[in-house]
Ligand binder design. Structure first.
Ligand code: CA
Length: 225
């Protein structure tokens, strides 16, 4: 198993067990024992996956989920939750977590799930979308024009990757909001329009007559490769 895993867990024995398990599987393991350190690592260390306890000192797991998605990062997040707390799970999923395991869990089951996420992420690394003189490398989070990288913000990249995965389809602002911004309550449709404007400035031959990211009146946008 290859990948960088961030484990955020304040219970020492649990943390040690998880760390040893994933290190022995060949992963690079980063750890944090409180929510603040976990938040910083989640946002700065580019892990391939996050194992996230919910009840944490300083900053809870929900806030970390929310912050990761608001930053436009699509890092898979598996929550480690207490048993019988479905409401917590739903809240976490709504905030952008991908999956959860309830404590006490079987380590084999968790390893299998982590492995599946990492494999999907790596198999996705072959997928490159081409349009015009551009090449979008989704897993690497890079866009190239004639082989030269075009600098995009994380949000612009996520938005473009979302468009590129749905070519030729009219996408509502709600669809785009949910897919690109997650379930954050902090954004409005105006946020999409602003991001589209800056993205167009970077990729459209003429941003005033866009050919790739077309406006669908009263609905949203359509990506035409
Ligand atoms: Ca805890």
């Amino acid at each position: 198993m290859q990948g960088r895993i961030l484990i955020v867990e304040d219970e020492p024995a649990m943390l040690r067990g998880l760390k040893d398990t994933f290190a022995s599987q060949g992963c690079v393991v980063l750890t944090a024992t409180d929510g603040e350190a976990g938040m910083n690592l989640a946002l700065s260390s580019e892990p391939d996956l996050i194992l996230l306890d919910i009840m944490l000192p300083r900053v809870n797991g929900y806030e970390i989920c929310r912050a990761v998605r608001e930053r436009g990062l699509d890092t898979p997040i598996i929550m480690l939750t207490a048993k019988g707390q479905e409401e917590d799970v739903v809240l976490g999923l709504n905030l952008g977590a991908d999956d959860y395991v309830a404590k006490p869990f079987r380590i084999r089951e968790l390893v299998a799930r982590v492995n599946a996420f990492l494999r999907r992420r790596q198999s996705g690394q072959e997928s490159v979308t081409r349009f015009g003189e551009f090449e979008l490398d989704a897993p690497a989070h890079k866009l190239f024009r004639n082989g030269r990288e075009v600098e995009l913000t994380a949000k612009e990249f996520r938005l473009l990757a979302y468009f590129a995965s749905r070519p030729g389809r009219a996408l509502t602002r709600d669809d785009i909001l949910n897919a690109v911004w997650g379930h954050s309550v902090m954004v409005t449709p105006r946020s999409i329009d602003r991001c589209v404007t800056t993205l167009r400035a970077k990729i459209e031959p003429d941003p005033h007559e866009p050919t790739y990211i077309q406006t669908v009146r009263d609905i949203g946008y359509r990506f035409e490769p």
